[in-house]
Design a protein around this ligand. Sequence first.
Ligand code: PGA
Length: 259
Amino acid sequence: MRKQITAGNWKMHLTKDEAIDLVFQIKNAVKDSGKRPPEGVEMILIPPFPWLPMVSQAVHNVPGMHAGAQNCAHEEQGALTGEVSADMIASAGAQYVIIGHSERRQHFQESHDRLKEKTALALKYNLTPIFCCGENLKERNAGEENRVVEKQLTDSLFSLSKEEFSRVIIAYEPVWAIGTGKTATPEQAGQMHAFIRETIENHYGNNIARQVSLLYGGSCKPGNAKALFSQQHVDGGLIGGASLNAKDFTEIYFSLWEK
Ligand code: PGA
């Protein structure tokens, strides 16, 4: 069975005290529910870099909870002021790393090739890449969403071996839905996820395609999470804004338990 995941991308938000408070509230909300997460259901907290060791430590050995980073460098080490390597992220205690978020593609000009390098390094240091893909509004209006997503996957991921690719998580995040309050309908998300799984199957075969988790991201909230997650090929969500509120985030997480 593939993993069902709720990942919270905090982006560039929260001071140290606010971050500590949020982790504490999330852990308590899960504890107060009095239940253990079902097998294969996970929560990943993805804070800004300075809080990564603290968050990793806080979720260490908590059933179903993990930590991840929002990005990693495209080189292993060296004179790259301001960058953080995959090796450093792993040694900080994180297990996941987001690669190719649309904000990185847009504001930091991350190309398909650059994301290919980052994915390879993440895998080398045993981090699970959460690889983001998704079309912008212009591309969707032109009916080009499938072509755009297929190219993102092909150019950055499809040279990985079967073994490597089976360790990747994919997050479909339509750019027009990120931080806009405009969520993809469950049908739109379901169709794209089915297309992504089919594309993976064509390249890597049915066994791999069935085991890769596909997350939806873009204005996912407590009010729409259940409907989105009920789609056959949607295996959870990558949550931005709503992950900064413990109540909203845990509510989204719990809606995955019922899937
Ligand atoms: P959002 O962000 O939930 O605030 O739309 C999602 C993301 O960017 O991962």
